[in-house]
Ligand binder design. Structure first.
Ligand code: HEM
Length: 559
């Protein structure tokens, strides 16, 4: 055989191998889809949203991790939108009617008439009809991307949801949906915390724990501590940097927000306890969105070990608290969240066990510092990188300072409420950064959303990130633009940084307060100079520069 013949044989072999791989890939995917969906029966299967189960075990996880680890998180849902939009055509009419019924539920009949009449028979009401028609079509374009996709995620058949209307419907429907965090996450946060506890327990304990962290009086009582912690932190970082050193700004902010939340929940802690808790929380978080591989060397394995340490530290604090109560020692400090959890009784007089108290505290201490620390860092970075936004925000803070009566030493909640532009900066940071990019639910019965079936028992992922980066909701979504919030009240379901409904973040006001107090002091007296301004951003578990924002904090003026 000549050289050309050999090349031909190799090419043919490559084509055959390629074809076999493709067919095998297709068959495996098809079989996996069949295995997961066949129990529903053919009628229900036909009503599922578009999508695919992918390969067994991994499902959509590879493309999810690839997208997030390559620094292009939006390409994950983007690929579903691209691949499955066209399969939506058959449901277009249904969807138009549901779209229109949301615009005006009393006029569905009119829309059907209009669809026929408006197209073929231009009457004297033509203009009005055209308006209604284009509204319906306009809405259906968004629905045309379906907004719901089926996939196999975190070891479960899952419906991923990416439009505001669908997110809102699910988040507000406590009858049909419960929390549905992956088992691996529940094992880390705690099976007896809010992420997995029964509905009634959640309602009772949420009420007990949310009241002391929200509302005017609660926030007022924390403001002085927050203010002092912020000013002391900024001062010590700038002292440190004045000696030619740098700080990992994000790490320091996480420590600062942790100190605040530990004060609120445990009445403070000594330095050693604080460091031990903090280190463990870092490991816990890194394992949160990783593959649940419990083998040495993997993030999830380290996270499980970190949880054990957290349990041990909090058990120690709880034992001490119970022992001193038993000895009849009165507590010198104010009642904190641990005291409240020890004291609370249900309607049958039952108190919480240690493991229940510890799981609730692990959850709160985690939720209460990670997101606030990250958002504070990003807001500071965006302010520093955008001089016109910085100048406008600073001018507002200076005006507030001028309005403070001479006798007043610290900021008050009234001052905070005057920070309108700063609030826009924080909202835009929350939208843009998407610290909680997804949330998890599970259907307790068959439910229809956007005309598609979410089967009983299936998991639901609410993609808050997709809503916030949707150019039909937020024009030019990749631009950091606080002005978009000027006089703008977001439609329900379009702004979900803190979720919505019964699971709405109970720390939302506290978080905004902490972030604003920090930015207030930063704007008035400090400057951030990053060591690596173009540092790569890692998106899991939360968006952060890989150098943890290595930087110098410089004091530029006394406030
Ligand atoms: C910028 C800061 C914060 C962000 C972006 C944030 C975001 C969120 C989101 C999106 C949820 C809802 C998850 C879902 O839909 O299932 C949530 C729940 C929660 N957050 Fe926050 N959070 C922040 C700060 C805080 C703070 C300061 C605390 C505590 C004081 C806190 C405590 C909680 C708790 C306990 C839950 C669970 C609520 C439940 O299941 O009933 N968060 N948070």
């Amino acid at each position: 055989m000549g050289g050309g013949g050999v090349a031909l044989v190799w090419t043919a072999a490559a084509v055959v191998v390629g074809a076999v791989v493709l067919v095998l890939d297709g068959v495996v995917r098809w079989l996996h889809g069949l295995y997961r969906e066949a129990p529903l029966g053919s009628e229900k299967r036909a009503q599922l949203p578009p999508g695919e189960m992918g390969w067994p075990i991994v499902g959509g996880m590879w493309s999810f991790l690839r997208a997030f680890k390559s620094g292009k998180p939006d390409t994950f849902i983007g690929s579903y939108i691209r691949r499955f939009a066209s399969k939506d055509a058959s449901l277009l009419a249904d969807r138009m009617i549901s779209a229109y019924s949301m615009i005006n539920s009393q006029s569905v009949t009119l829309l059907v008439l209009l669809s026929v009449q408006g197209l073929f028979n231009l009457t004297s009401n033509h203009l009005a009809y055209t308006g209604v028609w284009s509204l319906a079509v306009g809405s259906s374009v968004r629905f045309g991307r379906t907004g719901l996709y089926r996939a196999f995620m975190f070891s479960s058949p899952t419906i991923m949801v990416s439009t505001p209307e669908a997110c809102k419907q699910i988040l507000m429907d406590d009858e049909s949906f419960v929390n549905g965090w992956p088992k691996a996450t529940v094992a880390l946060i705690g099976p007896k915390s809010f992420v997995a506890m029964p509905f009634e327990d959640h309602r009772r304990l949420r009420k007990l724990t949310a009241a002391p962290i929200n509302g005017f009086d609660a926030l007022t009582s924390y403001l002085t501590f927050i203010d002092r912690t912020v000013t002391a932190s900024l001062q010590s970082w700038s002292d440190h940097c004045a000696a030619g050193k740098q700080i990992a700004f994000l790490t320091e902010l996480r420590r600062m927000t942790f100190k605040i939340i530990v004060q609120i929940f445990l009445g403070g802690a000594d330095d050693a306890t604080m460091r031990a808790l903090e280190r463990s929380y870092t490991d816990l978080n890194y394992g949160m969105r990783a593959m649940a591989i419990n083998l040495p060397g993997f993030a999830y394995h380290r996270a499980l070990k970190a949880r054990k340490k957290l349990v041990a530290v909090l058990q120690g604090v709880l034992d001490e608290r119970r022992a001193s109560t038993a000895k009849g020692f009165a507590r010198s400090s104010a009642v904190d969240m641990m005291d409240r959890l020890i004291e609370v009784e249900d309607e049958h007089g039952r108190r919480l066990d240690d493991d229940e108290i510890i799981d609730i505290l692990i959850m709160y201490l985690n939720a209460g510092h990670e997101s606030s620390g990250h958002i504070t860092m990003w807001a500071t970075v965006f302010l520093q990188e955008n001089p016109h936004i910085f100048a406008k925000a600073k001018a507002e803070q200076e005006a507030i300072m001028r309005s403070i009566p001479p006798g007043q030493k610290n900021l008050t909640l009234r001052d905070f409420r005057k920070m309108e532009y700063l609030s826009q900066v924080v909202d835009e940071t929350l939208r843009f950064v998407n610290i909680s990019f997804v949330s998890f639910r599970q259907a307790t019965k068959d439910v229809f959303v956007n005309g598609y079936l979410i089967p009983k028992g299936w998991k639901v992922q609410l993609w808050y990130r997709s809503v916030h980066m949707d150019n039909q909701v937020y024009p030019d979504p990749k631009k950091f633009n606080p002005e978009r919030w000027e006089g703008h009240t977001p439609r329900a379901g379009t702004f979900l940084p803190f979720g919505l409904g019964a699971r709405l973040c109970p720390g939302n006001d506290l978080a905004k307060l902490e972030i604003s107090v920090f930015l207030h002091h930063f704007l008035l007296g400090y400057k951030l100079t990053r060591a690596n301004p173009n540092c790569r951003v890692r998106y899991l578990p939360h968006p952060r520069p890989v150098d943890n924002c290595l930087a110098k904090i410089t004091k530029v003026s006394d406030e």
